[in-house]
Design a binder for this molecule. Structure first.
Ligand SMILES: O=P(O)(O)OC[C@H]1O[C@H](O)[C@H](O)[C@@H](O)[C@@H]1O
Length: 537
């Protein structure tokens, strides 16, 4: 496990100065404390990290054998030890790379073959060669949850300017409202349903899939022609009645939350076309190449991870906000929540011992500028420090609306500046005096207008949100999670913490149905069941 003592001493020494002091001392700070690859720039200069702290952070990488661990992942070693699996989502974007072996077999021919089948199918759906009982497909409904939903939803929103295929909808929640509201607007004879589930057992997805099939049959559609499946459990897709040529399989070494690059990305490919999807894969691959080649201090995923470790494990900040100034990235925070929190929300180390340092932080956020008018109050003046991760493009997709984009960019930059700069009591007093206040009232009012400042943030800036750039961003965060996981000494690729709730939901099924009593349950659960039964109408 990480040895944090040197960093903790550096952290207490850093309390003597502000981030602004660091800028005053070093004209080139923005350049020194940033990393770039391709057209992406990651600026972490608005943090307390200085040379010594960065050295101590990169020492952690050496101590944890990060280089070796990284290569073990890329080489297909079974680094997901609690499930006995390799971790090879990088193979899905290994378009021009060499062979990758798992158990002595090269996985690339299968990966490329499935990708080619996806391309053909996606283009046939888009062009109308594959159609429904009532004609070419106008709509696609992807039914999946967690990793079989969040990645493609996020990417579909992000790539809206490239969307020239049928409309794509996503149903995830087992709440009947989700599927009812989605299907209500659709023609059952011209809708393609993709059932996406790695395991093909997830109760929400299978329940929604059966409801969609009944809706299609009742409405004159043909599930034999209008259903496709994405899964690593091909036997189960057959049992559900989906013909093999409509099944896009993937291996168990693709984790659900890392799966958007493969068949789980099929709805995205149908929306934007196979060329744009290829560009997304190439963006991911470019980040892989950078991650494997760059020195720690120049390595964007590594530095993003080390900034995370500095804020969470060293300074103890319990959450981090991800704040994309991009409306089309509105689902990115939700996607990162699964990616980061399901991966690194663990309290047991790889060897079974209890973690003696903090696990990964709470990740949350909303696009700017909306968040500014909602929760930024707490970020600026609340008692907790929340490190902020800003994200913004230099250019939008609407040439006729560049004035909007300028405002967006100005707001993004203003927020990180405000967090760092703050406003002192003297400055606030001066403003109040200008407003004509005096004496105790001036003092009282001024105090409410003080911003502590010295609050850390980082900014990821890129030219434009293209498929390639999106691929870079997603792979950047995947590798960040990997690096943080290696430094924490945990397995970032299992998710045992979701099991207990699933088991209890299964046992509560007959109780909620009124077929069994709640007598074995705790008092609260029994009382809530009784209430639901009284009011179920
Ligand atoms: O793709 P599926 O097998 O249906 O799984 C969907 C999701 O459910 C599980 O509970 C896990 O927490 C997620 O990691 C997974 O992405």
């Amino acid at each position: 496990m990480m040895q944090l003592d040197p960093l903790i001493s550096l952290a207490s020494a850093s309390k003597e100065r502000t981030i602004l002091d660091l800028f005053a001392k070093d004209m080139n700070r923005a350049e020194t404390f940033s990393a770039s690859t391709g057209d992406l720039l990651f600026d972490y200069s608005k943090t307390q990290i200085d040379d010594k702290i960065r050295d101590a952070l990169t020492d952690l990488c050496e101590a944890a054998n990060l280089g070796e661990r990284r290569e073990a992942m890329f080489a297909g070693e079974k680094i997901n030890e609690t499930e006995g699996r390799a971790v090879l989502h990088t193979a899905l974007r290994n378009l021009d790379g060499g062979p990758i072996e798992v158990d002595g077999l090269d996985v690339m021919p299968d990966v490329l073959d499935t990708l080619q089948r996806m391309r053909v199918f996606a283009e046939e759906v888009r062009g109308g060669a594959v159609s429904g009982a009532g004609g070419s497909f106008t709509d696609v409904v992807n039914i999946g949850i967690g990793g079989s939903d969040l990645g493609p939803v996020m990417a579909t929103h992000a790539l809206a300017p490239y969307h020239d295929g049928p409309r794509v909808h996503y149903v995830s929640n087992v709440d009947g409202a989700h599927i009812a509201d989605t299907l209500r607007q659709l023609d059952p004879t011209r809708t393609l349903v993709i059932v996406a589930s790695k395991t093909f057992t997830t109760i929400e997805t299978m329940t929604n899939a059966r409801t969609a099939r009944a809706w299609m049959e009742d409405g004159g559609g043909d599930p034999g022609m209008q259903f496709a499946a994405v899964s690593s459990a091909v036997d189960k897709t057959k049992a559900f009645g989906i013909p093999d040529e409509r099944v896009f399989g993937f291996a168990d070494w693709v984790g659900g939350r890392y799966s958007v690059w493969g068949p789980v990305g099929l709805p995205v490919m149908i929306a934007v076309g196979s060329n744009a999807f290829d560009a997304f894969l190439r963006g991911g691959q470019a980040m892989d190449v950078h991650f494997r080649a760059a020195d720690w201090a120049e390595n964007m995923p590594v530095m993003l991870a080390l900034v995370g470790i500095w804020h969470r494990q060293v300074l103890g900040h319990a959450s981090r906000a991800v704040l994309p100034y991009d409306q089309r990235l509105l689902r990115l925070p939700a996607y990162f929540q699964q990616l980061e929190m399901e991966s690194n929300g663990k309290s047991v180390a790889m060897d079974g011992s209890s973690l003696t340092i903090a696990s990964g932080p709470v990740v949350w956020g909303e696009p700017g500028t909306n968040g500014q008018h909602a929760f930024y109050q707490l970020i600026h003046q609340g008692t907790d420090v929340i490190p902020c991760e800003f994200m913004v493009a230099a250019q939008g997709h609407e040439p006729e609306l560049t004035h909007h984009h300028r405002l967006l960019l100005a707001n993004c930059l203003a927020q990180s500046e405000a967090l760092m700069r703050g406003r002192s009591l003297d400055e606030a007093r001066q403003r109040m005096a200008e407003n004509g206040l005096t004496g105790a009232e001036l003092d009282r009012q001024a105090r409410h207008r003080v911003f502590p400042g010295n609050r850390p943030s980082s900014t990821l800036i890129f030219p434009k949100l293209t498929p390639f750039v999106l691929g870079q961003i997603v792979a950047l965060y995947e590798h960040r999670v990997f690096v943080e996981g290696v430094l924490l000494g945990i397995n970032s690729f299992d998710q045992w913490g979701v099991e207990l709730g699933k088991e209890l939901a299964t046992s509560l099924g007959p109780i909620v149905d009124g077929e069994e009593t709640a007598s074995g349950k705790d008092g609260s659960t029994a009382a809530l069941v009784a209430y639901a039964l009284r009011h179920r109408g």
